[in-house]
Design a protein around this ligand. Structure first.
Ligand code: ZN
Ligand code: ZN
Length: 363
């Protein structure tokens, strides 16, 4: 079972962004681990819920896939774009939006690419994000499809598990900075001397370094690797929409957090159907007599050919709506409709006899 983010924040499903933000602020204040009576678990939970519900795209995905999300993840791939805990906590906390509410609390949100140099702080350089183009056809977009993604990217070194340290080697204090992680540089100018603090280049600001670096990856912790996995493309996805897979990007150096993977979806144009949101349009020609008398005709749909009745007296340009024969709605899982646009084909090259008959009909 996946978590009910709405319940965690105590808001209803239709809550506005302001309500969600307000609910999160209240919970964050209440459970903040630095506070007396704070509760780190509850705080993290609220944070995770907020991460998803405050992001329109993640919220939409969660609304549809929330309940199947963990299953999808267990099956390898799938949507793990909105789990706050996936990818080893790769999702940092975006504090920009909340202004100074958390100023001074920066450390508990560590990660997500904000380097936290300084004494004892583990450096968290994030790996690069990757964008991959995925081409699918209209039917795959309508019903969803599983695609195999193959990447050649920076992955964590197998020998040192990404740490960059030769297995069995000790960690020692960095001599160049005395374990401080940063060094003081003195700049002399005509105005006098200035001291500037800079990150120690030897230990990358960590203050300690391995006695022996991993030989397999030369201490970088990362190595070029092939990665192959399947992803479920959700039914209803449209051209140019993207799927965000947290932590599936390049591995971060020296055990840093991995970047994210974005799958940019391209839906190949279809010769028969035109898409309009979750609805489809198809053109169908009927003969003059079919239009006048009504007829049963075969119509192509995404589900195969079906017979429909063209009502007698149909006019050119008239639409016949086939309910539920469109594209699966990404949000509601119902289906859009298929509109058949009728074109009445006026007969040409009539024989003399046909012309006589038409005249007699008086039409
Ligand atoms: Zn290594
Ligand atoms: Zn150092």
């Amino acid at each position: 079972m996946s978590k009910d983010y709405y319940k965690i924040l105590g808001v209803n499903k239709a809550a506005s962004q302001d309500e969600i933000k307000a609910a999160f602020r209240r919970l964050a204040h209440q459970h903040h681990p630095d506070k007396k009576g704070g509760n780190e678990e509850k705080f993290k939970e609220a944070n995770e819920a907020f991460q998803v519900l405050s992001d329109a795209q993640k919220r939409q995905q969660y609304d549809q896939f929330g309940s199947t999300f963990e299953q999808a993840q267990a099956g390898g791939g799938g949507f793990d774009g909105f789990s706050g805990s996936s990818g080893g906590g790769a999702q940092g906390f975006d504090i920009n939006d909340l202004g100074d509410m958390f100023s001074g609390f920066g450390d508990i949100f560590g990660g997500g690419g904000r380097g936290r140099g300084g004494r004892g702080g583990r450096r968290t350089k994030k790996g690069a994000d990757i964008q991959v183009d995925v081409e699918i056809d209209l039917k795959e977009a309508a019903f969803g499809v599983e695609k195999t993604i193959r990447l050649y990217k920076n992955g964590a070194c197998d020998v040192c598990a990404g740490a960059g340290v030769e297995p069995g080697s000790k960690t020692v204090k960095c001599k160049d900075c005395g374990g401080r992680g940063h060094i003081t540089q003195v700049q002399r100018t005509v105005f006098g001397s200035f001291q500037t603090e800079a990150e120690c280049p030897t230990c990358d600001g960590v203050g300690e370094k391995p006695e022996k670096i991993c030989r397999h990856c030369s201490g970088r912790g990362i190595i070029k690797k092939h990665d192959e996995f399947t992803v479920k493309i959700p039914a209803g996805i449209d051209d140019n929409e993207a799927i965000h897979l947290s932590g599936r990007g390049e591995a971060g150096p020296k055990g840093g957090y991995p970047g994210d993977l974005y799958l940019r979806i391209h839906v190949r144009p279809d010769a028969r159907f035109k898409r309009d949101g979750f609805d489809l349009h198809i053109k169908n020609n009927v003969s003059f007599s079919q239009a006048a008398l009504g007829a049963e005709v075969d119509i192509e749909t995404l589900d195969g050919k079906i017979k429909i009745v063209i009502p007698e007296g149909v006019q050119s340009g008239q639409m016949i709506r086939l309910k539920g024969k469109g594209i699966t709605n990404l949000r509601s899982s119902g289906r859009g409709d298929l509109y058949v646009e009728v074109t009445v084909v006026t007969p040409i090259r009539l024989s003399r006899k046909q012309k006589e008959l038409l005249k007699d009909l008086g039409l």
